[in-house]
Design a protein around this ligand. Structure first.
Ligand code: F3S
Length: 393
């Protein structure tokens, strides 16, 4: 991979040990994937934040990186942590977990990474434009940025996104190149798709079929495919397959096929496929926690929940997961108060998957998200009910 003179100097340690290490990581990745050079990025989104997922080894790595004086060179933002950074006690997070989690956040902040702690940065103003190069590492955010915004990012790991944040560049390969952004699987939607769980189930089916291919959806109704539903579709595809980019006719700003649609490999998704997928995912008879907000809720999703629980008493804990900025707005509009009065919580900075819910005694969780329903059994040892908000509430 070609390095400019300045980049070579950074690699040689002229700008400090931290930057040299980050450059070394990017060079190794560039070499493996055959990148020709490094290209500038406008932002980095860094995963690997929850103490639950990175543990003591991750904490040590980050503290070490921060001590070496590494600092973000472009606007950089964190993925969800393992707890609400302000209200962790209210959530029932163990003290020891909280102490380690706060040290992780400190290390990132020392490196100049903003503690936004959300998987939906695009809902709080961090919205890269069509054709803009970025280095993001949360799979659902990658999918949304590539597909719904037309930005360009590979599926970065926590370490590669952090290195890109520090250098302000990423190796030029994969989805940064136009020739690798052509759809290779047509997904014809022959089922009526309107509810959130339909989009989640469709994402699970399409992700499994696509694996690492780029799907192109035909037949999704643009009027029903709002951003909330499309973020759920993309998140489910990224969880059941490794889909980092998709197209949807009449919905995504780009539509690039590798061939004529009739020559491409394709699948047809019918109503019975959605019903079977939903059915297969159910494993809980009774629940002890209901979670909404995977990916993190938009303000309108929080408003919808507030409307539904207004004046009612919930029989079990409800978590409405969102970003801190969105929670602040939900507080201002009175949504958070209504939800809390009903017995639920608007939880910021974290989510049902990366919080230690299994250690907190929860065994059976309800979710309206295909991604959460995919990960909760394996990553959090939960039995699952996958259904729409109305049914869960
Ligand atoms: Fe976000 Fe957590 Fe889901 S990080 S996409 S809410 S698993």
């Amino acid at each position: 991979m070609y390095l400019s003179r300045d980049e070579e100097k950074i690699l040689g340690g002229v700008e400090g040990e931290g930057k040299a290490k980050a450059m070394e990581i990017l060079c190794a990745i560039g070499k493996i994937y055959g990148a020709d050079k490094l290209i500038p990025i406008s932002s980095a989104q860094v995963a690997g934040v929850s103490y639950k997922t990175i543990g003591d080894a991750g904490l040590e790595f980050l503290s070490d990186f921060a001590e070496k004086g590494a600092k973000a060179a472009v606007p950089s933002f964190l993925n969800p942590a393992g707890m609400d950074l302000e209200n962790w006690k209210k959530m029932g997070i163990p003290d020891e977990f909280a102490e380690k989690q706060l040290r992780i956040i400190e290390a990132y902040m020392e490196m100049g990474i903003h503690s936004t702690c959300t998987c939906t940065p695009y809902l709080i103003g961090i919205r890269p434009k069509l054709g803009e190069h970025i280095a993001w590492s949360e799979s659902s955010a990658i999918s949304f940025a590539n597909s719904m915004l037309g930005a360009r990012t590979n599926r970065e790991s926590a370490v590669s996104a952090l290195s890109s944040a520090i250098i302000g560049k990423t190796p030029n390969f994969g989805l940064h190149l136009d020739e690798n952004r052509r759809a290779s699987l047509v997904v014809e939607v022959a089922a009526p798709i309107s509810k959130m769980s339909d989009f989640g189930a469709l994402g699970i089916i399409a992700g499994k079929a696509a694996k690492e291919k780029i799907p192109a959806f035909i037949g999704l109704e643009p009027k029903l495919a709002n951003e909330d539903r499309m973020k759920s579709l993309g998140a489910a595809m990224a969880a059941s397959g490794s889909v980092a980019l998709y197209y949807a006719r009449g919905i995504t700003p780009e539509w690039r096929l590798a061939d004529e649609p009739e020559n491409l490999e394709g699948i047809v998704v019918e109503a019975k496929d959605l019903a079977e997928t939903k059915e297969r995912m159910q494993s809980a008879d009774a629940l002890d926690l209901v979670t909404i907000g995977c990916p993190h809720c938009s303000l309108s999703e929080i408003g919808e929940i507030a409307e539904k629980v207004k004046g009612k008493k919930l029989k079990m804990m409800l978590w409405v997961c969102t970003s801190r900025k969105m929670k602040e707005e939900a507080v201002r509009r009175g949504y958070a108060k209504i939800i809390e009065k009903a017995g639920g919580l608007v939880v910021a900075d974290t989510c049902m998957v990366v919080a230690p819910i299994e250690e907190m005694g929860f065994k059976a969780t309800g979710a309206n998200s295909g991604k959460a329903a995919t990960y909760l059994p394996s990553l959090c040892r939960q039995k699952i009910k996958f259904a729409d908000i109305e049914e869960l509430l």
